[in-house]
Design a protein around this ligand. Sequence first.
Ligand code: GUN
Ligand code: ZN
Length: 433
Amino acid sequence: MKLPIYQAFRAALLHFLDDPENELEPLHTEYFPDGILLIKDGYVEKIGSAHELINSLPADCELIHYPEQLIIPGLIDTHIHYPQTDMIAAYGEQLLQWLETYTFPTERQFADQEHAREVAEFFLDELLRNGTTTALVFGTVHPESVEAFFAAAEARNLRMIAGKVLMDRNCPAYLQDTPETAYTESKALIEKWHGRGRLSYAVTPRFAPTSSREQLAKAGELLADYPDVYLHTHVAENRDEVAWVAELFPESRSYLDVYQQYGLLRPRAVLAHCIHLDAADHECMASTGSAAAFCPSSNLFIGSGLFDLHATKASGVRVGLGTDVGGGNYFSLLRGINDAYKVTQLLSKKLSAFQALYLATLGGAKALYLDDKIGNFAVGKEADFIVLNFKGTPLIERRLQHCQSLHDKLFAILMLGDDRSVTASYVMGQAAL
Ligand code: GUN
Ligand code: ZN
């Protein structure tokens, strides 16, 4: 019989048991200044103070000590494009022109599976370097792009969700599929990859303007045929895009309503941006169990607008945080939290450190309906976690000396942190960085 493998990680520990709301007090938050996270065969076995647990660890338990460091759950990026890695930080354009100028030519290269494989490996390295252990990922229209991505993620035992893009109009001919190939290629990928190890599939129409009605109907068929796959798309990101959708789909009440009419909104539907939505749209998202991916870096970088986090959450919509690389100009969700804070400030609202970190951990897991598996350190969850350095930069170290409360300390780490703060990323208890 194989003996269980135990590991104990000793450091400061912080995670959320539920939504901490926007309080400065640590509501639904568990914090151990000197804690132990005990892992058995890659799953959380126990969490508590080092004082209580240190003398009762199982025999043969490996003890890894990270003094002056903070362990938190792995960060969850609810919207990102791996094929856009090489065009990140592209100059000067807003959404529709940005797609034509930079995105489509870059995505063309993913017909080549070897190219896709090489980019996927770099992309996953970069995610882990930044403390992101799970992501919902766009491929390109080419099934090869998804094959390459899932193979790379599987080899690292990462919990990842991805899908082939569906796009059959209003884009270059070299990137177009058809309603039929959208269906058959997605179906083949679902049957090969969905539910294999830690991987899940997302049916991925790029956005309403690049899919015909026939193709959106095929996307709806796929969802009906496979009730637990994801739906991943963009909605209401940019004002010109919203006006274009109104011209293309005059029969729909709103941009979101196009997706609703084709049966695409349901639990595990994740819509990136959700900036220009009205109250009826929010109600529709909440009642269908759909989630919004808040992508502050991208919304600022390509000039799309200000996502109203408070209004969206108040209407009962699940919200996660995304980087939207390459619309977003960095991989770091710590930087994403920093920009999320600034966006709420521009809307004259506040974003507490607890709420911000929740969005990137348990909130993201709930948006992806993965909170039974990841997002915090509840017993039995998959042990994906990261180690943050309290002294990640000289400035953070200095600023922390002037912080009293837990909120202020965490806020400083979040507002000043980036990849330099990430000491290590662990995937099911294994060092992955
Ligand atoms: N809308 C349609 N395609 C894209 C994309 O690749 N990036 C972003 N940010 N928005 C989109
Ligand atoms: Zn995007």
